[in-house]
Write a protein that binds this ligand. Structure first.
Ligand code: IPE
Ligand code: IPE
Ligand code: MG
Length: 260
């Protein structure tokens, strides 16, 4: 199944967002506020991940994408980076059985070549085990960067052209099919916790027409009710995709494709 780009064709919009993408921010500040070491916030952040996955599955969200480690997070102190790697390993080892039992498919996107072989093997095993699950696709973005994604998709198109001996056709849909998350529709709702209002190199291409929701709540405090408020805010939005409000009335004829 491939999805059409939202700038080529107006996508179907449902009351419950099909795809929610979250920048889970504020773990460090959550801990500092309690005079705890920053890493205590990451541990509590994992509890919030469990609760978000559970709440999304119950609400019928089809895709949940969580930004766990950005391509720029290597710039952090080496102790914090090692702690995050160990937490990732523990989570992969301990949570995969429960995810599988709950019908959740796990995908990990990012430049995984930078990770230890042990982490790469765990990822492959977890993805293979859960590959056929259909209730919710949980994507963890790890060593992910939106610019990396656009570059690797471009590289694949160039390699295909070299292999074919002439340039392959480049259009939005063909390009999007080479992005790391080609298996998912573009996010309907983007959430960033922790008070900052920036994308921090997350899904640069796919957020073109996504609804944005920012909250000051630190990620470890982001519970099922907080998720409910974000979804309620989304429900009130009018997603026009370039059209006028009048065109969204049921009786009006929607010009939903761009003229060629
Ligand atoms: C987000 O929380 C988790 C990661 C980036 C891994 P932070 O660690 O960025 O927390 P703050 O923003 O410093 O509070
Ligand atoms: C974004 O958070 C990355 C993740 C949540 C994994 P950061 O805390 O790294 O973002 P900046 O540095 O404040 O933009
Ligand atoms: Mg942060």
């Amino acid at each position: 199944m491939t999805y059409t780009s939202s700038t080529v064709r107006v996508p179907d919009v449902s009351a419950v967002p099909r795809h929610i993408a979250i920048i889970m921010d504020g773990n460090g500040r959550w801990a500092t506020q309690r005079r705890l070491p920053r890493v205590a916030g990451h541990t509590r952040g994992l509890d919030a991940v469990r609760s978000a996955v559970d709440a999304c599955a119950r609400r019928g969200v089809e895709y949940l994408t969580l930004f766990a480690f950005s391509s720029e997070n290597w710039r952090r102190p080496v102790d914090e980076v090692s702690f995050l790697m160990r937490l990732f390993v523990t989570a992969l080892e301990r949570e995969i059985g429960k995810l599988h039992a709950n019908g959740i498919r796990l995908r990990v996107v990012g430049d995984l070549s930078m990770f230890d072989k042990k982490i790469q093997d765990l990822i492959t095993r977890a993805e293979t085990k859960t590959a056929k699950n259909t209730r919710l696709t949980l994507t963890i973005a790890a060593n992910y960067g939106g610019r990396w994604d656009i570059m690797q998709a471009t590289r694949k198109l160039v390699e295909e052209s070299v292999a074919a001996g002439s340039p392959v056709e480049v259009n939005e849909n063909a390009f999007a099919q080479h992005l790391a998350m080609a298996y998912a529709p573009e996010p309907d709702l983007f959430i960033r916790t922790g008070g900052e209002q920036r994308i921090s190199n997350f899904l640069l291409w796919q957020l073109a027409y996504t609804e944005f929701y920012f909250t000051d709540t630190y990620w470890p405090d982001f519970d099922a009710d907080a998720l409910g408020r974000a979804i309620a805010s989304y429900t009130e939005r009018e997603r026009r995709f370039g059209r006028t409000s009048a065109q969204l009335e049921p009786q009006s004829q929607n010009a939903d494709s761009l003229p060629c």
